[in-house]
Design a protein around this ligand. Structure first.
Ligand SMILES: [Zn+2]
Length: 340
């Protein structure tokens, strides 16, 4: 019965959008659910893809249907709608296009400083501004996201510990996977180091369930990076054990027999699997080193943090992002995007 009902269901006819339907508009954009009557000149001003399309002859005439010159991979010029040329946006959802067009046409709709902007708006803006080259919207949203995925360890730690609300979600961590998927699709490499790292901080079960719609290549990069960080923490333990034996604790140790001569790592397996955000010196000394005096604790915590800073430098290579570049190079790339 349900199947019959489904089969008998008429296809959804797109309806004019409540807000984005300007009576003096001179082009209708068609999506699965909405029609938008807007202005060619404004679209052309903001998007090179629309500009190129509108410069083609015959937009909106019957002769431009299908094989005509108005066809591109993403836009299809077709029969006019009530006398106005119509362009179908292939594969885009009406509500996502509404977010994009409102960000373009309404000055107050999207601000890159407003961290309460819903995640679905952020994702739609990133994907569609990239697909149609709305440059101003694209660089705003990239800059906005980048502020939440910093390129220094200090800033990373602050956000990891606080896990503040973000993009309409109670916890920032709820945004990592949808943003990674969008950044990969939109090919925004400056956002990838922070997003891959943030996603790799989850357990394997959660990673698998949250990356089901992502490509095998993205899943592989994420898991490889996660494994590399664990290996780096394993290396940290072995090099630190060696450093502790040789460390001269005179003037620092409060015990007669220097603690570090006999100190050892415990629960090393757990430490290796610990998110980088949790593997900080003070915490690690408390939970993963045999009891040592206060003086020695601060020495060891500092050593762990120094080793951790070295791991941070290698994050880009762990996620196959760059063999030669450093975080500073990615910061420079971000600057180029924002200033373009
Ligand atoms: Zn001591």
């Amino acid at each position: 019965m349900d199947v019959d009902q489904q089969l008998g269901k008429p296809p959804i006819t797109p309806k004019p959008h409540d807000i984005l339907w300007f009576l003096d508009g001179n082009v209708v954009l068609a999506t699965d659910t909405y029609l938008f009557k807007v202005h060619k000149s404004l679209l052309s001003l903001h998007s090179s893809v629309f500009k190129d399309m509108f410069e083609l002859p015959n937009i909106g005439h019957e002769s431009s249907n299908l094989e005509g010159p108005g066809r591109s991979d993403t836009l299809l010029a077709s029969l006019s709608y009530e006398g106005v040329p119509m362009v179908t946006m292939i594969g885009d959802k009406g509500k996502d296009v509404a977010h994009l067009l409102r960000a373009v046409f309404e000055p107050d709709y999207y601000h890159r400083d407003n961290d309460e902007t819903p995640l679905e708006v952020i994702v739609a803006l990133l994907l569609l501004s990239t697909k149609y080259d709305f440059n101003v919207v694209r660089k705003s949203v990239i800059l906005h996201i980048s502020r939440h995925y910093p390129m220094t360890l200090q800033e990373y730690d602050a956000l990891y510990i606080n896990d503040p609300p973000m993009f309409g979600k109670e916890r920032r961590a709820e945004c990592h996977f949808p943003l990674l998927a969008a950044a990969v699709t939109a090919d925004v490499d400056v956002l990838l180091p922070g997003l891959f790292l943030a996603c790799s901080e989850f357990g394997i079960d959660e990673i698998f369930s949250k990356t089901q719609s992502m490509t095998r290549e993205t899943q592989r990069t994420l898991m490889n990076g996660r494994e590399s960080i664990s290996c780096a923490k394993g290396d940290l333990i072995s090099s630190l054990s060696e450093q502790l034996r040789r460390y001269d604790t005179r003037g620092k140790c409060q015990n007669e027999t220097p603690c570090l001569k006999e100190a050892y790592f415990r629960d090393t397996g757990l430490f290796v699997l610990l998110p980088l955000g949790d593997a900080i010196g003070k915490k690690a000394v408390r939970s993963y080193i045999s009891p040592i005096c206060r003086g020695c604790s601060s020495v060891v915590a500092r050593m762990i943090d120094e080793n951790r800073a070295e791991i941070w430098k290698d994050v880009l290579s762990f996620f196959d992002l760059s063999e030669w570049e450093q975080w500073e190079d990615f910061q420079a790339k971000l600057k180029v995007i924002v200033e373009s």
